[in-house]
Write a protein that binds this ligand. Structure first.
Ligand code: MN
Length: 247
């Protein structure tokens, strides 16, 4: 086959494949592998602060390993898992736009490797964003008013959130979410999150706060003492960022 013919053949095949995508609306019917070019892969987000900037609350080594090893690992494994998805499914998920929300909203149709690693990527991105060396103190703006109105006081909210984080068994996350106009505290196991509609996630909603309670988030500094880590994290919350997550 000449190069020209081969190119024409490729264009023809692509056209047939695209037509098929528009005609069908189901998951996983094609066995053709998705093509995910390097420049369209998910990337580790840069932190807005240095690894040592959150000390003494979270130490530099924990931050470095957490971001450059753990989070990078989720990103790498997510990209790898997406490479072998059928092309029609990849298109449905807006993979060409690296749309993480779209992946999470369809998570029940996707393999566990994508659930774990897309969750890991989303959760950690939010966790970094919601911390600030100049954070802590009391909530701001509408979120402050809502917390006082719905939990009674900031202290009551902090107690309820801390208890949820302390009592999450094993690895997971504790969240403040907004759902049906209400603020709710909830926890998820592993790298699940409140955007995933799966039986294991008890409450769905928009994440406002995200606290990683995996041991890798605190073990180097706090060893088994998760309570100290939770208290330390409250000194880092960027309430202005959290406030912007409200609908
Ligand atoms: Mn983590």
């Amino acid at each position: 086959m000449t190069q020209k013919n081969s190119r024409r053949d490729f264009i023809k095949k692509t056209a047939i494949l695209s037509a098929g995508l528009i005609a069908t609306n189901t998951f996983g019917i094609s066995n053709t592998n998705a093509f995910t070019p390097k420049e369209k892969q998910f990337k580790l987000p840069r932190l807005a602060y240095d690894y040592n900037a959150l000390e003494p609350h979270i130490d530099a080594l924990t931050m470095e390993i957490h971001h450059s090893k753990h989070h990078q690992g989720y990103v790498n494994k997510l990209n790898k898992a997406l490479e072998v998805l059928p092309v029609d499914l990849a298109n449905k998920l807006n993979l060409d736009k690296c749309d993480l929300n779209s992946i999470l909203s369809h998570i029940k149709h996707l393999p566990t490797s994508i659930r774990n690693n897309a969750g890991g990527h989303y959760n950690h991105s939010l966790y970094w964003e919601l911390m600030n060396p100049k954070g802590g103190g009391l909530p701001t703006g509408d979120l402050n008013k809502r917390i006082i109105a719905e939990f009674g006081s900031f202290e009551a909210f902090k107690n309820e959130f801390s208890t949820a984080a302390k009592t999450q068994f094993g690895s997971g996350w504790t969240w403040l979410i907004e759902t049906e106009g209400k603020l709710v505290i909830t926890s998820t196991a592993n790298q699940d999150n409140p955007l995933m509609v799966v039986p294991e996630v008890e409450k769905n909603g928009t994440p406002i706060l995200a606290l990683d309670v995996w041991e890798h988030a605190y073990y180097l500094k706090n060893q088994n003492n998760r309570s100290d880590y939770i208290n330390a994290w409250f000194n880092l919350i960027d309430w202005d960022v959290a406030n912007k997550k409200l609908a």
